[in-house]
Design a protein around this ligand. Structure first.
Ligand code: NAI
Length: 333
């Protein structure tokens, strides 16, 4: 299958080349957007990542160029207009689980760095500053952790917090996980989680229902000093409300690997440029904010699995065979 791959970075190319068993891949650097869609002309499939825009006009342009398949090399699919894809007869496939461990482990890493000031200690000691003032943290043991979304990633995080660190875990999901219940995790509504948690970590997908699930009203319920971690999707948090809560101390720390307006910034080296996003610039001024650039998935194991499953999906589609859990369909109704 001829595949036009958008937003390609050198590491994508390396992992896809290693896994490719006969597909004809054109590695393109630009992000998919209405103006770059014509680059896919003649390719039966496109391969995209989290910040490529697969909107209705883009799908129409792709369809006119002969594209009939969208291969997502990620788990989330909030960037695809699924109804339009269905209307045009364009198949959409994703990588349902390449390494939930990669994201869950990174989430715990962010949480520990933030709570114990490890990110600040790294900077300080390099500057010859070995003082501890300002680095006072707290034990995770015995604290209440709220986990919103207990699918593949959230369940691993909930398990690590409950069984590993000895936290009391409150969780919220539309489908509670019986194994977590057996571990002593309690399911609760988001309001109770906001009111009782010392830490909240987000692992639900971005949907119209979860957009800004953390906003001014949620933060107003929170215990002062709440630690918030988001490795899911930026749109789950209203960044302006988070900044206000950081200023008052209601939010005691924020670690984000995702940001609602990340598409214009993340995955690029902008160190020689002026940052145009005032909200992100403000977030980066807080000592208790830790920002990483959508890095949670980025392990060798995950890249290998992403390439293998994505190209496997292309092979299945070419052979008109069922995609199983990789298939993405528009919600009914
Ligand atoms: P998953 O599909 O296994 O789990 C998502 C869970 O959220 C499910 O249990 C689902 O029932 C639940 N959910 C759906 N709607 C909800 C709602 N309104 N309220 C509460 N829970 C709800 O997905 P997985 O693999 O655990 O991934 C979670 C998210 O992590 C993905 O949606 C993706 O956006 C993000 N992600 C981020 C990565 C990164 O590098 N930062 C990498 C991979 C995924």
């Amino acid at each position: 299958m001829r595949i036009a791959m958008f937003s390609t970075k050198p590491y994508d190319r390396r992992s896809f080349e290693a896994a490719n068993d006969g597909h004809d891949i054109a590695y393109l650097e630009p992000r998919l957007a209405p103006e770059t869609a014509p680059l896919a002309a003649g390719a039966q499939a496109i391969c995209v990542f989290v910040n490529d825009v697969v909107s209705a006009p883009v799908l129409q342009a792709l369809h006119a160029g002969g594209t009939r398949t969208v291969l997502l090399r990620c788990a989330g699919f909030n960037n695809v207009d699924l109804r339009e894809a269905e209307r045009l007869g364009i198949a959409v496939a994703r990588v349902p689980a390449y390494s939930p461990h990669a994201v869950a482990e990174f989430t715990i890493g962010l949480l520990l760095s933030l709570v114990r000031g490890i990110h600040r200690a790294y900077q300080r000691t390099r500057d010859g500053n070995f003082a501890l003032e300002g680095l006072l943290g707290f034990d995770l043991h015995g604290r209440t952790a709220g986990v919103i979304g207990t699918g593949k990633i959230g369940a691993l995080v909930a398990r690590a917090l409950a069984a590993g660190f000895g936290c009391r875990v409150l969780a919220h999901d539309v489908r509670p996980d019986p194994e977590l219940l057996a571990l002593g995790v309690t399911y609760a509504d988001p309001q109770r989680i906001a009111a009782e948690s010392d830490i909240i970590t987000l692992h639900c997908p971005l949907t119209p229902e979860t957009h800004h699930i953390i906003r001014a009203e949620t933060l107003a319920l929170a215990k002062p000093g709440l630690i918030l971690v988001n490795t899911s999707r930026g749109g789950l948090i209203d960044a302006e409300a988070a900044i206000e809560a950081l200023k008052t101390g209601r939010l005691g720390g924020l670690a984000i690997d995702v940001y609602e307006q990340e598409a214009d910034v993340f995955f690029e080296d902008l160190s020689n440029e002026i940052l145009g996003d005032d909200l992100l610039a403000r977030l980066l001024t807080f000592p208790n904010v830790l920002v990483t650039g959508h890095q949670a998935f980025f392990t060798r194991d995950a890249l290998r699995a992403i390439a293998e499953v994505t190209l496997g999906n292309a092979t299945l589609i070419e052979a008109a065979r069922p995609l199983g859990a990789s298939e993405v369909r528009a919600p009914a109704g």
